[in-house]
Design a binder for this molecule. Structure first.
Ligand code: ATP
Ligand code: MG
Length: 696
């Protein structure tokens, strides 16, 4: 690859503070990886003293692969996510805050379980709200005064927050927010550790900087010393993590935080064809909150982008799969089927399996969120963190072992009194009913055996097998599979085989648990397939020859809550997400939507996404309708809620459909000025495929 002039300037820039702002596909990641190579080769910075940070595990991995292909010595460079970095940091330095090396990482489900235990009589809505506020407080590093703006009752929130924090610490657990906030606090409070870190990293490079939240940006500030080369690259149009506290102020305020920042802009896109880039530019232009930059490409324009309309999601799926089959897209080229929500992958999986087309499901239905996996993880967690009450409760109650809520409370209370004693030891000492006692003794024996295995460096796989067997979890989930037709045993099997990639002992186990908790898929055999099923959020920084962007329907994408107070911001965020999706495509882009879809168990009529309209440019897009049946039966074209255009009255929305006794369809339509009823047979009503949001 021959870098262009501006890219070379960016790679070789001598300033210690460098901000690169650039649109999708302009070579931001390429520049970062080249700059890492440049810093090691020309500036003599040892490759292991370089830290490269980004947001998804997949992006970190991708960056590492690219870097190593430039210079093999970059194997020693740390490519990681902010959260993994935080976890690693805490395992090393957390003890200054009383955090045990083998702490547990709680995801949002665990957070909720903990809150539920603290406040059993509060409604779930309240708990969800509190969880949201807790995360917000941590992601934004909010002070109490600032928090006051978000809650009606700051006193109540504060008391809750204190309870929550105390319990987390007593459990030797941290949540995702803590993974960033605690390292930040440690660096603030311990100058020696800060000095050590400043010297540790001679260069820090951050990709996808637009996704940093306030706490992450503060952490970054603390890691950087005077002599550290700091390079950040970002694109405000691709900021899609507002829900985790990221906003574009990170980019806008960069040079305030770091004086003497050199700024470079890249505008030439190397990834996508003209047509694709045009519609991406056109769409993102609808956002008001942006710095505004225009991308251009010298790539020739080839196939126009195709917009396809289907009667329902089954037709949509079948057509896509036919396309993939007919063009052997699963082996010749990299291809991705993109969707807004995880649940949409199911139907593609079903038909791909039927057609025996190999595919890879990327980061979807998070593996570790499955019930059986959570239980297995809880079992392993308890082995290295004997204070984790969330894990303990899970083991005590799955399957039901005759240990009631009262007994559990007694045990936990006793443990608080005894302090140093583990939960299981406390359970042995607690006064419990005889049934509970028998169960506890069995569990204690099992853990004793597991502890021995761990110390003897038995393979982790053996450990987990013992655990599942002795605690009757195999049996429990086998029964469940028989009842529900689920495949929980198979998932446990997968977990077992994933474990064989990890070293033995406590450190191997912690590495394994961390990889799951930080939402990576466990290590797997790298299956050779080029077809990916992936949510748009997970495609950050990636690219494919051919992209199918599916389910482009109002309420599905953009997925916004029409009652929300921040509807404008939310819509803009969804639009950025759509921009990310479009700009993943190199050569071919197919955008599809269905007129009906089963969502959350309900059959619904779907309006086309407003983004179709907003990205539609006649010279770059061709339209395709697949509603063959509709030709014969007006019901399919004209349904309630659909927009049509009438020569005389203009644009209107169908309010009612009705069949006369003779079987003729009539439509009652709300136009801007009037309501009118027609026989569509006799009146030229043009269904509008794309409509705006505004209602009149
Ligand atoms: P995103 O915003 O999606 O993360 P990006 O700005 O990081 O995109 P890259 O992924 O680095 O862009 O580059 C996009 C594509 O363009 C890659 O395939 C890369 O190899 C290619 N590319 C980048 N710069 C050049 C160049 N100067 N000549 C040829 N190809 C290039
Ligand atoms: Mg990139």
């Amino acid at each position: 690859m021959h870098l262009n002039k501006t890219q070379i300037l960016a790679v070789e820039e001598s300033a210690h503070r460098l901000l690169i702002i650039a649109g999708a596909g302009t070579g931001k990641t390429a520049v970062i990886t080249q700059r890492i190579a440049y810093l090691t080769q020309k500036k003599g910075i040892p490759s292991r003293d370089i830290l490269a940070l980004t947001f998804t595990n997949k992006a970190a991995k991708e960056m590492q692969i690219r870097a190593i292909s430039i210079a093999s010595e970059l194997e020693r460079t740390t490519f990681t996510t902010f959260h993994s970095f935080g976890a690693k940091f805490l395992r090393e330095y957390g003890k200054v805050m009383g955090l045990y090396r083998y702490f547990t990482i709680y995801d949002d489900q665990d957070q909720l379980a903990l809150l539920k235990r603290l406040y059993p009589s509060e409604p779930k809505k309240q708990l969800l709200e509190w969880r949201h506020l807790i995360n917000k407080a941590k992601d934004y590093a909010l002070s109490l005064e600032e928090l006051d703006n978000y809650t009606h009752n700051i006193e109540e929130f504060r008391a809750m927050f204190d309870d929550y924090q105390q319990t987390l610490r007593a459990n030797q657990a941290v949540d995702f927010g803590d993974l960033i906030l605690l390292p930040l606090q440690i660096l603030e409070q311990y100058p020696l550790i800060k000095a050590e870190q400043e010297q540790r990293w001679h260069a820090i490079l951050v990709d996808e900087y637009q996704d940093t939240n306030r706490t992450q940006s503060a952490l970054l500030q603390k890691l950087v010393g005077k002599a550290t080369y700091l390079t950040v690259v970002g694109d405000e149009d691709q900021s899609i993590y507002a829900f985790r506290g990221a906003d574009t102020t990170a980019i806008l305020e960069f040079d305030t935080i770091f004086p003497e920042t050199k700024m470079i802009k890249l505008e030439q896109n190397y990834r996508s064809h003209q047509h694709i880039l045009h519609i991406a530019n056109y769409l993102i232009d609808k956002n008001i909150n942006r710095l505004g930059k225009r991308l251009f490409t010298e790539n020739s324009s080839q196939k126009p982008v195709e917009f396809h309309t289907f009667t329902d999601e089954i037709e949509e799926t079948k057509w896509i799969i036919n396309q993939i089959k007919a063009n052997a897209l699963y082996k010749n080229r990299t291809t991705a089927i993109l969707y807004r929500t995880n649940a949409q992958s199911r139907i593609f999986e079903k038909y791909l399996t039927q057609e025996q087309i190999p595919y890879k499901l990327v980061g979807a239905m998070r593996f570790f969120e499955r019930e059986e996996i959570k239980t297995a993880i809880a079992g392993l967690t308890l082995l290295i963190n004997p204070y984790d009450t969330v894990a303990f409760r899970r083991i005590l109650t799955t399957p039901s072992r005759g240990v009631g809520a009262k007994s559990i409370e007694k045990i936990e209370d006793l443990q608080k009194e005894l302090k140093e004693s583990s939960l299981i030891d406390s359970a042995i000492q607690a006064k419990l009913p005889s049934k509970a006692r028998v169960s506890i003794e069995k569990i204690a024996l099992t853990y004793q055996a597991l502890q021995n295995q761990l110390e003897e460096n038995s393979p982790l796989k053996t450990l987990l097998a013992t655990l599942l067997h002795e605690l009757e979890l195999f049996q429990h989930y086998q029964e469940k599979d028989q009842e529900e037709g689920s495949d929980r045993l198979e998932n446990l099997q997968e977990l077992l085989s994933a474990l064989s990639f990890y070293p033995t002992g406590k450190d191997g186990l912690i590495a394994f648990l961390e990889s799951l908790q930080l939402n990576q898929q466990p290590e797997e055999d790298q299956e050779q397939t080029t077809l990916n099923l992936i949510t748009i959020h997970n495609t950050k920084g990636l690219e494919y020859d051919c992209v199918f962007l599916t389910g482009m329907e109002q309420h599905l994408f953009p997925k916004i809550n029409t009652h929300s107070r921040n509807i404008v911001e939310e819509l803009e965020e969804e639009r950025r997400l759509c921009y990310v999706a479009i700009t993943r495509a190199r050569e071919e882009l197919y955008v599809t939507h269905a007129q009906q879809r089963t969502l959350y168990g309900e059959r619904r009529y779907q309006q086309p996404s407003q983004f179709l309209q907003e990205a539609y440019l006649s010279e770059d897009v061709t339209l395709h309708h697949h509603d063959v049946e509709a030709q014969n039966n007006g019901d399919h074209i004209y349904y309630i809620g659909r927009w049509v255009r009438d020569e005389e009255y203009g644009v209107g929305k169908i309010l009612k459909t009705h069949h006369t006794r003779a079987g003729h369809l009539t439509l009652t339509i709300q136009f801007k000025e009037r309501i009118a009823t027609f026989f569509p047979q006799f009146r030229q009503l043009e269904p509008i495929v794309f409509d705006g949001l505004e209602e009149f």
